[in-house]
Design a binder for this molecule. Structure first.
Ligand code: A2P
Length: 314
């Protein structure tokens, strides 16, 4: 069964969870049901993924007094979107996620990104020239509003996503409720060794998103080599009789990083949590670290016509 990590609040969090970014409505309910049925007890969600209502339908079928699982058996994370950083927007945003997920509390609520966007209903508010329209709320003020959610009992813990080391320290310097995790892109091509030890030294766990290198990222160029196809990963995997995905997830587990592989395919969902029956040698752990090339695949902005634009606009 899945290893648990202990957060600074004392909560136990399963080290492997199901990712739901890019899981289409029409697929994600089945994915969550498959995951819960094969032993997942941790689901990673976000308002911005546009599918929390459907994740909620799956939770409703499996979690409750007359269902297979108790609420306290599952660890559910959601995230506050960038358009809702204004302190007045934080509680309504959290309540919307709770309603969509059909829950009375979240185990963990993350600030999805450090930067605020223009308030309002537009998920990706833009200026006339296509650049993102940012807002003026500082993430410290957003954090203060998120702390109130803990006190209201709407969330058991709060945390960060996409924060760098300096920003983590900035939050720690003002926090009454400490961030329990920082969720960032992390995989063998972006091992995040410095950020990991920085967070760990401060009692902040790291969660790896896109742990498999997100081969389904919307902007992957056709034919671009994928992490899961790396022959070096394949060669390690074949020595253990495991798949490349299992080896990559196991590597994160052994370095104490929480990992949320996304899949909507039942056999892969199952495969991705079967990582607790083998151990990678220190040598293989080191070899995987050596694949690092500080390559960020999920980079939000790129240069276009000399301007910084949000990547989906390119
Ligand atoms: P699918 O959802 O169609 O099964 P990441 O978690 O890094 O974002 O990666 C998610 C992508 O990796 C999805 O395209 C998913 O496909 C694919 N994937 C997930 N698990 C596996 C696996 N065990 N083997 C191969 N591909 C996988």
């Amino acid at each position: 069964s899945c290893t648990l990590v202990t957060l600074s609040t004392g909560q136990n969090m399963p080290i492997v969870g199901l990712g739901t970014w890019k899981s289409a409505p029409g697929q994600v309910k089945q994915a969550v049901l498959s995951a819960l049925d094969c032993g997942y007890r941790h689901i990673d969600c976000a308002a911005a993924y546009g599918n929390e209502h459907e994740v909620g339908e799956a939770l409703k079928e499996r979690v409750g007094p007359d269902k297979a699982l108790r609420r306290e058996d599952v660890f559910v994370t959601s995230k506050l979107w960038n358009t809702q950083h204004h302190p007045d927007d934080v509680e309504p945003a959290c309540k919307k996620s709770l309603t969509d997920l059909g829950l009375s509390y979240l185990d963990l609520y993350l600030m999805h990104w450090p930067m605020a966007f223009q308030r309002g209903a537009e998920v990706m508010p833009r200026n006339a020239d296509g650049t993102i329209r940012y807002g003026y709320t500082h993430y410290r003020d957003t954090w203060k509003a998120m702390e109130v959610l803990v006190e209201q009992g709407l969330v058991k813990a709060i945390g960060l996503s996409n924060f760098n080391a300096r920003q983590v320290d900035d939050i720690l310097s003002i926090a009454k409720h400490k961030p329990v995790v920082n969720q960032v892109e992390c995989h063998p091509y972006l091992i995040q060794a410095q950020l990991l030890s920085h967070c760990r030294d401060r009692g902040v766990m790291m969660t790896a998103y896109s742990p498999l290198g997100s081969p389904d990222r919307p902007w992957a160029a056709p034919g671009e080599p994928q992490l899961l196809d790396d022959p070096r990963v394949f060669s390690i995997a074949s020595r253990y009789g495991k798949t490349p995905a299992q080896v990559i997830i196991r590597w994160q587990v052994q370095r104490g990083v929480i990992c949320i592989p996304k899949s909507v395919t039942p056999s892969r969902i199952q495969q991705n949590i079967q990582v607790f029956d083998f151990n990678l040698s220190n040598e293989d752990m080191k070899q995987i670290e050596s694949f690092n090339r500080n390559e960020r695949l999920i980079i939000p902005t790129i240069e276009k016509d000399g301007k910084k634009v949000w990547r989906d606009a390119a």
